[in-house]
Structures are given as structure tokens and as C-alpha cells.
Design a protein around this ligand. Structure first.
Ligand code: ADP
Ligand code: MG
Length: 295
């Protein structure tokens, strides 16, 4: 490879908002056959909004929302922001939060008004003993099949209610998937979110629901990339979150959204300055063309 051609290629990329870390990143683009997208913040806007609150029979919606907003006020997660903003919009005041802890990819816990509050994955409801979920698991499943992300709220260990939030696919996401396919690449979705919201997002952007891997815990994203590689797939992983960083580092080609976390950007071989997912196809074709000019 001539250094001059490499410089021209990376310079062209930089002008288009595609930051290529070095020659090995270029080489990797030639190998990859499958592009695996993270969902929230990568294919979707990551700007979630409150959709519904359902409380257990012994509670009221505003009370549940107040507990949830209070405990989520300690978190920066898009889900947390949606709940805090939704409560404020409804005029539900957040209460003082103590002993806050965030558990990546799972949820948050803290003490609110003397009550131990947990907010996290709705799947936890299905693990309660029969009859102990206050009918919330079924409601959660219904909301999830409509594409929402559902947070289960517990007060002193008892289910208090559920809160549904959702965001929208980015306007360019469908085109992004289509142009990757036109380049002969397979496209998949890998997310910590529930199956319903993952499949709804996949359908909206044209990813086959057979290529959806959902409900994955943060450490699991890395394992899934490794499994794909062991089955002979060369993976380009696209992500934005702290949770995506190990998978981005492990992938044959890691592509970070510049709108995402520093951890993701550091782990990526390529950074897309804007959050536009169409840049993934552009980055791969530009890199491949640069290599073709060198050889
Ligand atoms: P993604 O893979 O879509 O970027 P994450 O790994 O960040 O998602 O989160 C996975 C799941 O963990 C969420 O869908 C949610 O169920 C739960 N979760 C994470 N953070 C929070 C939070 N602050 N409040 C409630 N639930 C959360
Ligand atoms: Mg994400």
C-alpha cells in the first residue's frame, strides 16, 4: 500500500465526516460480510418519550411515575431522561434521591422518601412467583409488542407499576440498511432491549426479523460478536453506547457513532462524525475504493 493513496483515502473520508483510524481499519472493510447494528441511539434517535404508565391495583399512576422519575434522576440513560421529562410534563414532582446505584444494561436503584425503589428490565416481572406481578407482566408484553421499552418499577421489592417509553427509527435508517444490502452485505440488529421493540425497529428499517438478537446484557454483546465470528462471519459492528465498546473492539471492524459515548469512539476503528447511519455504507465503500486504488 502506498502511503500517499492511504492519505488521500483517509483525507476524503475525513471531509465526509468518516474518521478512519488507520491502514488496518481500511483492510478490515474488505473482509466484512455482515453489519451488526446496535438499536438505541444507532438505528433509532435515542430520544425516547414517555408513552404509558400502568400502576399496580394498590397504587396510582402519578405515584408510580414520581417514584420512577426520582430514582431515574440519577441516570443519564435515554430511558431515564424520558421518564424524568415525562413526569415533569405531567406536573409530577420528583422526590429526593439517596443511595443511588446504576447497573449498566439492567436499571437503577435508590432510596426515595424512605422507600427502596428499583426501575429496570420488565423481564424481571416474569420471574416473580405466580400471581405476584399484579398483572403487570401481561401489560408489559402488550406494550413491548407495540414496540415500546418497558421499565418495571418496584417499591420495597413489590411491583408498583410499569412505564413504557419509545423512540423512533432515524429518518435515514431504512436507506442505510438498503445501501448496505446493495453492497452485498448482510444486516443484523443486536440490542439489550426487549424482543418486541427490537423486532418493531427491525421491521421499520428493513432488517429481517430473523437477524434480530435482543435482550442481550452488556457483556453479552461481545459474546454474540464472538459467536458470529466463530461461525465464520466477518462482523462490522456499529454502536454508540458504553455497552457497545467491547463488541466494537472485538468486531473485525468497529464503527462508532460520533454522537455516542467516548468509550464507543475509543473502541471503534472508524468514527462517523454525525449520527447518520447512511455513513456506514459510505465508509465501507470509500475504504474499499481506497484499497482498490492502492493495489
Ligand atoms: P441498548 O442495547 O438498546 O443500547 P442498554 O444495554 O443500555 O440498551 O439497556 C438494556 C435494557 O436495560 C433496557 O432496554 C432497559 O430494559 C434496561 N435499562 C438500562 N438502563 C436503564 C435505566 N436507567 N432505567 C430502566 N431500565 C434500564
Ligand atoms: Mg445504543
Amino acid at each position: 500500500a502506498t502511503p500517499m493513496a492511504l492519505m488521500v483515502g483517509t483525507g476524503n473520508g475525513a471531509r465526509r465526516g468518516i474518521l478512519i483510524s488507520g491502514p488496518s481499519a481500511l483492510e478490515s472493510t474488505r473482509r466484512v460480510d455482515t453489519v451488526v447494528f446496535d438499536k438505541t441511539g444507532t438505528l433509532t434517535t435515542g430520544r425516547m418519550a414517555l408513552r404509558a404508565v400502568v400502576s399496580a391495583p394498590s397504587r396510582d399512576d402519578d405515584g408510580v411515575l414520581a417514584l420512577a422519575a426520582s430514582v431515574e434522576s440519577g441516570s443519564e440513560h435515554p430511558i431515564a431522561r424520558a421518564i424524568v421529562a415525562g413526569a415533569a410534563e405531567r406536573g409530577v414532582p420528583a422526590l429526593e434521591l439517596q443511595a443511588f446505584k446504576s447497573i449498566a444494561g439492567r436499571g437503577v436503584v435508590g432510596k426515595v422518601d424512605g422507600v427502596e425503589v428499583q426501575a429496570g428490565r420488565a423481564a424481571s416481572l416474569t420471574r416473580l412467583p405466580a400471581g405476584k406481578d399484579a398483572g403487570l407482566a401481561a401489560k408489559a408484553a402488550e406494550l413491548e409488542s407495540d414496540g415500546a421499552t418497558v421499565v418495571a418499577v418496584y417499591a420495597d421489592g413489590e411491583p408498583a407499576g410499569i412505564i413504557a417509553v419509545a423512540d423512533e427509527p432515524k429518518a435515514e435508517a431504512g436507506e442505510a440498511v438498503e445501501s448496505l444490502r446493495r453492497q452485498g452485505l448482510d444486516v443484523a440488529l443486536l440490542t439489550g432491549d426487549n424482543e418486541g421493540s427490537a423486532k418493531a425497529a427491525a421491521r421499520a428499517v428493513g432488517i429481517s426479523t430473523e437477524n434480530v438478537i435482543s435482550g442481550v446484557l452488556p457483556e453479552g454483546k461481545l459474546d454474540k460478536v464472538r459467536e458470529l465470528q466463530e461461525s465464520g462471519v466477518a462482523v462490522a459492528m456499529v454502536g454508540d453506547g458504553v455497552n457497545d465498546a467491547p463488541a466494537l473492539a472485538r468486531a473485525d471492524l468497529g464503527i462508532a457513532m460520533g454522537t455516542g459515548t467516548d468509550a464507543a469512539i475509543e473502541a471503534g476503528d472508524i468514527t462517523l462524525v454525525s449520527g447518520d447511519p447512511r455513513k456506514v455504507a459510505e465508509a465501507i465503500s470509500l475504504s474499499r475504493k481506497t484499497l482498490a486504488n492502492i493495489k
